[in-house]
Design a protein around this ligand. Sequence first.
Ligand code: C5P
Length: 232
Amino acid sequence: ASGGDLVGRRVVVSAGGTREPLDPVRFLGNRSSGKQGHALAVAAAQRGARVTLVTSAPADLPGIDVVPVETALQLRDAVHAAAADCDVVVMAAAVADFRPASYAPAKIKKSHDAPADGAPDDSAPVIALVRNPDILAELVERRGGADSPVIVGFAAETGDGDGSVLEHGRAKLARKGCDVLVVNEVGEDKTFGADDNTVTILRRDSDEGVEVGPASKAVVSDAVWDVVAGLL
Ligand code: C5P
């Protein structure tokens, strides 16, 4: 960790898994706890940055401007608003790729009367989905001149134990066009909700990756900021 190397910098961090509502009581979600994103926000503040944290996870972090969100569309609006005038955007949020095509304003019932003859219908509902915008891709698209922010993406990959996680990471970095990609291997017992993380930090302008961990999410955060600070 290096003291005040982010003094005078404005950073935006998104964190947590989005929740895509089906009806007033149900949502489609994922296993992201928000811990890595929150640790990144705290580490940046400790290094002197002004931090906006856009998160779907409960956060009571003194000195950090927290913007609570729930859905991908809310997270998108909040990130773009905060990113308008900043030096770094870190997309650590696990944004749902899809959301339900429609929202049922009343709770979806197990059994409902068929519209045709009024007989009880116990058939299982089919949930249609539509694509959410790729917020990271939008940030890359909107990137302007020399004062554009450094854009950091995350890639959660489930590997097959054959080095494919890093291969996917390299391909994703090229495809997404961000400056830095933090690649982590995920699975039911890995990363999500855990206090430790193991990542490889890839840069667009270098073939070398920085491997970190297993280490606390605080230590992983400082390694990410070390790389980002070198790009500012
Ligand atoms: O392609 P993939 O979803 O694996 O990319 C992950 C990265 O893209 C993360 O940084 C995530 O925050 C971001 N993302 C996004 N909007 C989406 C999906 C992912 O910004 N709809």
